[in-house]
Design a protein around this ligand. Structure first.
Ligand code: ADP
Ligand code: MG
Length: 251
């Protein structure tokens, strides 16, 4: 039985007992402000949030900048509210330069990949992501500027929906491919800016995405919730990353 307060599918009016003002409606979840300190993130499709909650709690306990989970059940997560623009919004508003944004992303990757995988997660059998077989560290696998919030005390990472255990190379490769998809979308408004961001990210990252590029492209190609046309951009995006790594010094 679904809980009584689940939002009905199909664009019907939300029930009167919505938990608070809707902050944003993202690709898969609605995020409500409960008060100044807390948000509720709720999957629209009723997916179980338990796996990501476990990893989010784990990385938070290791000091990685991320919301503190206060309560969770079913597809709901109540967590601390991070105040500030997303990195994407800050880029759009000219509040941060592309090289600085790239450095923020690279630093977050480096910090996250210092967090060891929880013991029970080191070998993960995952039906959604068959090419992931677990790994030594926690990986976010969707670490793009829209999932970084710039707070007064520094950047924090939200949206742990894809979090797993894996390798740093895979996580860096996914971010690189995500940015490259914007670059190769030549008709897009942000193609040029994304190219600069990608070059700077590859330069700032201590980890080369190359060993994991094929896996990353494979995962992106099967990602649910891709917009029409996005899937077709993935091979081109991966090829671009490979070409750009060749001209970007790597240790
Ligand atoms: N803990 C939080 N504090 C403040 N804002 C948040 C928080 N979690 C998510 N958000 C906001 O909600 C947006 C959508 O949430 P996200 O978890 O990224 O869901 P989706 O999978 O739909 O992208 C984020 O881009 C961010 O702006
Ligand atoms: Mg998101």
């Amino acid at each position: 039985m679904p809980p009584a307060d689940v939002i009905p599918e199909g664009g019907e009016a939300p029930p009167a007992d919505v938990p608070g003002p809707l902050l944003t409606s993202g690709t898969s979840a609605d995020v409500y402000a409960l008060d100044d300190e807390r948000v509720l993130r709720r999957y629209r499709e009723g997916r179980d949030a338990a796996p990501e909650v476990a990893l989010l709690r784990h990385v938070h306990a290791h000091g990685f900048p991320s919301p503190d989970v206060l309560d969770a059940s079913g597809s709901d997560i109540v967590m601390t509210r991070l105040h500030g623009p997303t990195l994407l919004q800050a880029l759009g508003a000219g509040e941060i330069s592309l090289p600085d944004a790239a450095q923020v992303l690279a630093d977050l990757h480096a910090g996250l990949h210092g967090v060891p995988a929880p013991e029970s997660w080191k070998v993960a059998a995952d039906h959604d992501w068959p090419s992931l077989s677990g790994g030594p560290v926690v990986v976010h696998l969707d670490l793009h500027p829209g999932n970084v919030i710039l707070t007064e005390s520094g950047p924090g990472v939200v949206d742990w929906a894809n979090a797993r255990t894996g390798t740093a190379e895979l996580d860096v490769a996914i971010t690189a491919v995500l940015i490259a998809e914007v670059v190769v979308d030549a008709g897009g408004d942000y193609s040029q800016a994304a190219r600069v961001l990608l070059a700077a990210f590859l330069h700032a990252s201590d980890v080369s995405p190359v060993p994991a590029l094929e896996d990353a492209a494979g995962l992106r190609a099967v990602a649910p919730l891709l917009l029409p046309g996005e899937r077709e951009l993935v091979p081109q995006a991966a090829a671009l990353v490979r070409a750009m790594v060749d001209v970007t010094a790597h240790p």
